[in-house]
Design a protein around this ligand. Structure first.
Ligand SMILES: NC(=O)c1ccc[n+]([C@@H]2O[C@H](COP(=O)([O-])OP(=O)(O)OC[C@H]3O[C@@H](n4cnc5c(N)ncnc54)[C@H](O)[C@@H]3O)[C@@H](O)[C@H]2O)c1
Length: 246
């Protein structure tokens, strides 16, 4: 059991990150929300605080910038206490076929999705090692397992998160720190709203359950991996995809 129950959640202002923050708060966990969009983050953290009665803080930080994450971690340690759970959720897409993919499209996606996961993990891991407790949960994607046309940058970043997670799991298992990834399929959020209607239709036909996932479907898996019941599960990738990839 950890001394404190504090989750550091990136990209918590909306979508899957917000659903994760709400679900963990309802489970008695204090929430540090991290996002580049501070206005939306502040109002989301306020809603969670008022509905759950837990403490929350909203911090503007870019996961791709180690210095800003390091100071966010210090602030959380001072305000809420020791971080027991890290959820690496912040992520972006910059889709294009390889022939048209710009250097920036590649670099931004790798910097935010993959380097961001590394930055947050190395910023919290020292504290977790000291406490001999930690839960690191990173949001990968079905695309990191299957690949996808127009998403070579995103697929590489998400496959990278899976390899990274397995390495963290091996390095810190003997300190009671677990590291797991969740690979959502297609989930209804702002990220997938951008898809053209015919693409969404084609995707639906590939999902045995016949619907897109909800942010809560993903949050439920995070809630489990963050719980005491999951203490012997590490280095795994949990698919939350309605059967789209098995
Ligand atoms: N929606 C899907 O279908 C789906 C499927 C598989 C995986 N995912 C993954 O789930 C995660 C959340 O996705 P979502 O659909 O909720 O997306 P979203 O775009 O709705 O939310 C992403 C959040 O991350 C924040 N963010 C972006 N860049 C950031 C940065 N540099 N530093 C800090 N915060 C930053 C955004 O402001 C936003 O609040 C992402 O990692 C995404 O790749 C989503």
């Amino acid at each position: 059991m950890p001394e404190t129950n504090v989750a550091f959640i990136t990209g918590a202002s909306r979508g899957i990150g917000y659903a994760i923050a709400s679900a963990l708060a309802k489970n008695g966990i204090d929430i540090a929300g991290i996002d580049v969009n501070i206005d939306e983050l502040q109002s989301s953290m306020k809603t969670i605080r008022e509905s759950s009665g837990r403490s929350t803080v909203a911090i503007r930080a870019d996961v791709g910038d180690y210095t800003s994450i390091e100071s966010a971690v210090e602030e959380v340690n001072k305000t809420l206490g020791k971080i027991s759970i890290l959820v690496n959720n912040a992520g972006i897409t910059r889709d294009n076929i390889i022939l048209r993919m710009k250097d920036n499209d590649w670099d931004d996606v790798i910097r935010i999705n993959l380097t961001g996961t590394f930055n947050c993990t190395r910023a919290v891991i020292k504290g977790m090692v000291k406490n001999r407790y930690g839960r690191i949960i990173s949001i990968a994607s079905i695309v990191g397992l299957m690949g996808n046309v127009g998403q070579a940058n995103y697929a590489a970043s998400k496959a990278g998160i899976i390899g990274f997670t397995k390495s963290v799991a091996r390095e810190y298992a003997n300190r009671s720190i677990t590291a797991n990834a969740i690979a959502p399929g297609f989930i209804e959020t702002d990220m997938t709203k951008k898809l053209p209607e015919e693409v969404t239709k084609a995707l639906l036909s590939q999902i045995p359950m016949g619907r897109l996932g909800t942010p809560e479907d993903v949050a439920n898996a995070v809630k489990f991996l963050a719980s005491d019941e999951a203490e012997y599960i590490t280095g795994q990738v949990i698919n939350v995809n309605g059967g789209m990839y098995m």
